[in-house]
Design a binder for this molecule. Structure first.
Ligand code: C2E
Ligand code: MG
Ligand code: MG
Ligand code: MG
Length: 281
């Protein structure tokens, strides 16, 4: 299928592979100085209760604006940061910044922060979490760390030990992107998650009448329920998706329908407006 008839099949993909590797290398070089140059910031996406749409928290999401390249999306730079081990210093900054911001919010509004497997391997991880809390004055019970099933893959026992220390501090844990990773459920017996986040692909699938997606969400909700956990449905974009999620019994919802990831000032404004509306009601 190669344009160059005599060239052999590898001509089809090699230039693309090369371009990808090249792009990743460039991103890595830029990312090394992104933090000190102030190119990173956090966006906050609201999480609401499914029953009454009250805002109960925000997820902090990392954003990178390069002066020449513009906005570089997380799916491009997070893997690069993880591979280059830049996610540890960047992740520390995310934690400190998110805790500082959340300390301004009412006490019933939580902050969720994503944590990469690489960060759990950092011997200073727990110390850096303690220091982010101490420095911001945020109560540990208002912080939720989101990890994916992949943390249990390699050196799973170490991850369990670190997560135990985190739980010991009174911090909550959420299992992110549930259902997209590996299917061993054994770790659910070993680590006390407060919340299971049902991946957007199931939410959107269920809304498109996929019987499989529906069955999976039902099963996850039932399992979470009997394990004493709550569920958060990710990526609700439409009223139909939201109604379905509600009927299926998910506890919380996050998605464009209730708010896109937004600057800190807008998150504060959203909290203020919501609480004004509540006290008027
Ligand atoms: P995630 O933790 O699963 O975050 C949810 C993602 O879904 C976010 O993408 C969010 O913008 C997107 N989303 C939320 N609602 C909707 C919706 O209704 N429709 C659609 N289409 N998308 C929705 P984002 O911000 O691009 O982040 C992607 C991933 O990058 C995150 O997925 C997380 O795995 C990673 N990430 C982001 N910030 C951090 C961070 O500070 N540290 C680490 N380690 N990873 C991060
Ligand atoms: Mg997340
Ligand atoms: Mg997620
Ligand atoms: Mg996701």
């Amino acid at each position: 299928r190669s344009k160059d008839a005599g060239g052999g099949a590898h001509h089809c993909y090699e230039p693309q592979l090369h371009a990808d590797a090249e792009e990743r290398r460039t991103l890595e070089i830029w990312l090394r100085t992104a933090l000190e140059k102030g190119e990173l910031h956090l966006a906050y996406q609201p999480v609401v209760m499914a029953n009454d749409t009250r805002v109960v928290g925000f997820e902090a999401l990392l954003r990178w604006t390069h002066p020449e390249k513009g906005v570089i999306p997380p799916y491009k730079f997070i893997p690069v940061a993880e591979e280059a081990r830049l996610i540890t210093p960047i992740g520390e900054w995310v934690l400190r910044t998110a805790c500082m911001e959340a300390a301004n919010w009412p006490a019933d509004v939580r902050i969720a922060v994503n944590v990469s497997p690489e960060q759990l391997n950092d011997p200073n991880f727990v110390t850096s979490v303690v220091s982010a809390l101490a420095h911001s004055g945020l109560s540990p019970s208002r912080l939720e760390l989101e990890v994916t099933e992949s943390v249990f893959l390699r050196e799973g026992t170490r991850a369990i030990a670190v997560l135990d220390q985190i739980l010991g501090l009174g911090i909550k844990l959420a299992l992110d992107d549930f259902g997209t990773g590996y299917s061993s459920l054994g770790y659910l017996r070993k680590t006390q998650f407060s919340t299971i986040k049902v991946d957007r692909s199931f939410v959107q699938g269920a809304a498109k009448k996929s019987a499989e997606s529906l069955a999976i969400i039902r099963a996850v909700v039932a399992m979470a329920d009997s394990l004493g956990m709550t569920t958060t449905a990710e990526g609700a974009e439409t009223e139909d998706e939201f109604q379905l999620i509600r009927e299926l019994g998910c506890t919380k919802v996050q998605g464009y329908l209730f708010g896109r990831p937004m600057p800190a000032e807008d998150a504060r404004e959203l909290i203020a407006t919501a609480s004004r509306r509540r006290s008027a009601a």
